[in-house]
Design a protein around this ligand. Structure first.
Ligand code: HEC
Length: 161
C-alpha cells in the first residue's frame, strides 16, 4: 500500500510538465517559453559556446552520453566560484546515444532571476526530432532536487578548461 503510494507520487513527479510558457519573456536573447527553447536548441544557437570537447559518459543521469555547453555569463560566474549565478546564465546539455554519435535531444537550464533557490531557474529537457513531450518549467519538480544536491546553484558540471 505504502509502496504503491510512493510509486504514484514518483510517476506524477516524473511526467512532463503541461505548462508551456512561464511568462518570463526574453532572458538575454533567449525566448524562455517552451517553444522558444525548442527553437533555440533546434537551431543550435549554443554551439559556439564554451563546451566539453566531445560527448562523454554521463555521470548520474541524462545517459548514456552527453556534452555540456556554457554561455559566457555562466562560464564567468563559474570561474569566479560564485555561490549563485547571475540572471542570464544558461547551460545546455546535448544528449547522445550510447555511441556518442547521434544527437537525440537536449537539456537546458536558464537562470531567470537573481538569488538562490529552484525558482530562479527554468529547466527543460526533450528529445528530437519532435520535442513534443518535454520537461519544461520554473523550478521543475523532476530536475531541481537532484541538481540542488549535485551542484552549486543547481549547476553540476565543472567548467571544461
Ligand atoms: C538523478 C539526478 C538528476 C536529475 C533528476 C536531473 N539531473 Fe541534470 N544533471 C545531473 C548531474 C549529476 C549532472 C552533471 C553530471 C553529468 O553531466 O553527467 C547533470 C547535468 C545537467 C545539465 C548540464 C549542466 C549542469 O547543471 O551540470 C543540464 C542542463 C541538466 N542536467 C538538466 C536537467 C534537467 C532539465 C532535468 C529535469 C528534466 C534534470 N537535469 C534532472 C543529475 C540530474
Amino acid at each position: 500500500m505504502r509502496l504503491s503510494a510512493i510509486a504514484v507520487v514518483l510517476l506524477a513527479a516524473c511526467g512532463p510538465s503541461s505548462s508551456v510558457d512561464e511568462g518570463l519573456g526574453l532572458v538575454g536573447d533567449l525566448d524562455t517559453s517552451e517553444a522558444g527553447i525548442i527553437a533555440f536548441v533546434r537551431d543550435g544557437r549554443y554551439t559556439s559556446w564554451l563546451a566539453e570537447p566531445a560527448p562523454r559518459d554521463s555521470v548520474r543521469s541524462h545517459g548514456p552520453r552527453v556534452r555540456v555547453f556554457f554561455n559566457d555569463v555562466l562560464a564567468e560566474s563559474l570561474r569566479a566560484g560564485n555561490r549563485t549565478h547571475p540572471l542570464g546564465s544558461v547551460t545546455v546539455k546535448e544528449l547522445y546515444d550510447s555511441e556518442g554519435r547521434t544527437l537525440r535531444g537536449h537539456a537546458l537550464d536558464v537562470k531567470i532571476a537573481e538569488g538562490a533557490g529552484k525558482d530562479t531557474w527554468i529547466f527543460f529537457e526533450g528529445l528530437g526530432p519532435d520535442y513534443d513531450d518535454n520537461y519544461y518549467g520554473r523550478g521543475h519538480s523532476t530536475c531541481h532536487g537532484c541538481h540542488a544536491s549535485n551542484g552549486r546553484d543547481y549547476v553540476a558540471t565543472p567548467l571544461p578548461e
